[in-house]
Design a binder for this molecule. Structure first.
Ligand SMILES: Cc1cc2nc3c(=O)[nH]c(=O)nc-3n(C[C@H](O)[C@H](O)[C@H](O)COP(=O)(O)OP(=O)(O)OC[C@H]3O[C@@H](n4cnc5c(N)ncnc54)[C@H](O)[C@@H]3O)c2cc1C
Length: 471
């Protein structure tokens, strides 16, 4: 081969290598839709359904192998006023707003509370019309008003009918498809970059995009920045909740609203699921002590408020004390797994756990005298029917803080349009659910059922708004 031919061949090789490299960096076009929704939890499915019902073509991108997010893992409680299941209950939109506001010390945005409260009953009726089976109402949080409706099959009982409805309306659900960025054309959001299950880059063109990607529990950098109080704590949230939507919106100039809170919960150390029988032991109304051996709270306190006290204790650790009077077999399995300790005296139990022995012994003496008197003079817990702690063996079950979600998100208006730093909507970009919940909360979660309600109600608004924008 002469020198000139070699030169031409190597030049062609370089050109084709450059072409291959630039092609692999370019996203393959995966389709063009009126609305692309990122995330398949309560908010994303609600948005997809409303957008499709408004006549839009819709693609829903879900990065996990199945839709559902935190919603499908949830207890399936939805908080509402004015639904057809609440007939006969004395309640009003104003009362619900007052309750939510009170639990936030008035530091959340009243317009958001009012909007969700006002539409909450309608959202429940919408679920019922989709054959979601709800029971109740019951109480939730610290309000005695009957507002909590519970799916008979927990989170799945909400997600499955919504998914079926979305599919029946022609929504294309792409699982194992992770959105990686937003396409901005001349200042308007006009598509989503994504990656399929094999890591292939895809581009979905869109008339409008809805972010519904949930919270950021699993993103340590965002936790450090927006919710440092819970950095490093266990989370029970969906495995896909890395704050992707929040980061993508920020790249487009979106503002973020954060008061630093989380949906505070608790767990038995070492338990992966909050529904395991060992974890369920934490709901018994028995005595909790800190490492000083002291009680620190009425053990029946609403869980987000309990969390606030738990994280103030030494090492953010508490132990639940059981004995022969409160024994259940599950405790022995907890001992085998290392999440509980067993001893024949309180002193030995203290040595095993690191609890202060003198503190524990004097707390137990005082607690038993309160049980005898029937009055919890320290924290006001109702003691009727509760046993004394005086029957070896003694058990200590280790309790740590855990979270169910985050309470900061991209700034939106009541139409769920994402707002930039000067409160102007970013054209074509909508957000709903945990990814956009910052204005709704202060630092403490108000009542079980609030987040799914807020996610559904704003998800519906986002879907309708995105469909109208795309037309
Ligand atoms: C164990 C548990 C119990 C709970 N119980 C209740 C309850 O009973 N009542 C209540 O009101 N609240 C409850 N909550 C809180 C509530 O479930 C959530 O706050 C709410 O469901 C959030 O809905 P969402 O649609 O915003 O997010 P999610 O339901 O979390 O959905 C977000 C989805 O987006 C996907 N996603 C994320 N990033 C991407 C990406 N880049 N590309 C594509 N997809 C992406 C995720 O995989 C996920 O499927 C509970 C939470 C937990 C963890």
């Amino acid at each position: 081969m002469n020198k000139a031919v070699k030169h031409i061949i190597s030049a062609l090789l370089v050109v084709s290598l450059v072409m291959m490299a630039s092609c692999s960096g370019r996203a393959a076009r995966a389709g063009s839709y009126d609305v692309v929704v990122i995330g398949g939890g309560a908010a994303g499915l609600a948005a997809s359904i409303e957008a499709a019902e408004a006549g839009a073509s819709v693609a829903l991108l879900e990065k996990m192998p199945m839709v559902g997010g935190s919603t499908v893992l949830s207890g399936g409680i939805v908080y509402a006023t004015g639904s057809r299941l609440q007939e006969g209950v004395e309640d009003s939109v104003e009362d619900l707003v007052a309750y939510w506001s009170d639990r936030a010390d008035g530091k959340n945005n009243p317009d958001f509370l009012h909007f969700v409260a006002d539409h909450s009953g309608e959202t429940i009726d919408w679920l019922l019309d989709m054959d979601v089976e709800l029971e109740g109402p019951g109480v939730s949080g610290t309000s005695p008003v009957l507002r909590a409706l519970t799916s008979t099959t927990h989170g799945a009982g909400i997600i499955n009918p919504m998914k079926a409805k979305a599919e029946s309306l022609g929504v294309e659900i792409h699982t194992r498809t992770a959105a990686t960025g937003l396409v901005n054309k001349d200042g308007k959001i006009s598509g989503v970059l994504a990656e399929d299950r094999d890591g292939k880059a895809l581009r979905f063109d869109a008339g409008a995009v809805v972010l519904a990607s949930g919270g950021f529990d699993r993103n340590p950098e965002l936790m450090q920045e927006l919710a440092p109080v819970a950095l490093g704590q266990k989370t029970f949230a969906g495995s896909g909740n890395n704050g992707d939507g929040l980061l993508m919106a920020r790249e487009q100039g979106a503002d973020v609203v954060s008061h630093g809170g989380v949906i505070g919960f608790r767990a038995v150390e070492g338990e992966p699921a909050y529904t395991s029988d060992i974890c369920m032991l934490m709901w018994f109304p028995y005595m909790y002590v800190n490492l000083g051996g002291e009680r620190f709270i009425n053990e029946l306190t609403d869980y987000p408020l309990f969390y606030e006290e738990l994280i103030r204790q030494e090492d953010q650790t508490a132990y639940m004390i059981f004995d022969g009077n409160s024994y259940v077999e599950t405790l022995d399995r907890a001992v085998e797994k290392g999440s509980a300790f067993r001893a024949s005296t309180l002193k030995e139990l203290a040595a095993l756990t690191g609890i202060d022995a003198a503190g524990l012994e004097s707390t137990v003496v005082e607690y038993n005298s309160m049980i005898d008197a029937g009055v919890d003079s320290d924290f006001g817990k109702p003691l009727a029917g509760l046993p004394r702690v005086d029957n070896p063996d003694y058990y200590a079950l280790k309790i740590i803080p855990a979270i169910l979600g985050t309470l900061s998100g991209v700034k939106v208006n009541l139409d769920t349009q994402v707002l930039d730093g000067s409160d102007s909507p970013i054209p074509g970009l909508y957000a709903a659910g945990e990814v956009a919940n910052g204005s709704f909360y202060n630092t403490v979660y108000p009542a079980s059922g609030t987040s799914i309600q807020m996610s559904l109600t704003f998800g519906r608004v986002a879907g309708a708004g995105a469909a109208a924008f795309a037309k």
